[in-house]
Design a binder for this molecule. Structure first.
Ligand code: COA
Length: 160
């Protein structure tokens, strides 16, 4: 298993990982019709353009098992997706440790994200703190409940 930087050529595989991961991981936390609309649909024409920054993938051979990205200007995390067959095997934690290390090396003092409701216990286990439930506005015009969460990188040890 290895972790590598993604390229725009990975966009279609990431979009399919997103569909599988969200449908399995978020089921029961959102109404089925909303979840299917959010996770499904064709890949937006501009999606590949978003894979140019700090997007990373974990693969086993040719199989894509996890993705994630960090914006090294803002400290925003996004795109954390694990293949359902690999849930709870430490891949999400591995990806987050990688993104956190990049952020620390870049001198950022905090990380932030909008957690889907199913993922709040995962981020809490990694030291993120949330407040009140908010709403995430998807680029395709859907509104989903989420939990804004933040982690300080000051005076905290890197996640192992
Ligand atoms: C949320 C997600 C990224 C977690 O990735 P993962 O690889 O399954 O999680 P890990 O195995 O790295 O878990 C690390 C720790 O987080 C906690 N954790 C993970 N999933 C959890 C869950 N469903 N409930 C409670 N705690 C959880 C546990 O403490 C776990 O350690 P343990 O397994 O030793 O107890 C994954 O379930 C996923 O892709 N879900 C669907 C997509 C999604 O919601 N992404 C987040 C969008 S904001």
């Amino acid at each position: 298993m290895h972790l590598r930087q993604a390229t725009p050529a990975d966009a279609a595989a990431i979009w399919e990982l997103r569909r599988l991961s969200l449908l399995a991981g978020c089921r029961g936390f959102y109404p089925d019709d909303l979840l299917e609309a959010w996770a499904g649909g064709p890949m937006p024409a501009d999606f590949a353009q978003h894979i140019r920054g700090h997007w990373y993938l974990i693969e086993e051979g040719q199989q894509l098992l996890a993705s994630g990205t960090v914006n090294l200007d803002s400290g925003r995390l996004d795109g954390l997706l694990v293949h359902p067959e690999a849930f709870r095997q430490g891949l999400g934690k591995w990806m987050m440790a990688h993104l956190e290390l990049l952020a620390r090396q870049h001198g950022l003092d905090s990380l932030s994200l909008d957690a889907s409701l199913n993922a709040v216990p995962f981020y809490s286990a990694l030291g993120f703190e949330g407040g009140e439930t908010g709403f995430y506005q998807s680029p395709r015009g859907m509104t989903l409940a989420c939990m804004p969460m933040r982690k300080s990188l000051v005076d905290t040890a890197p996640q192992g």
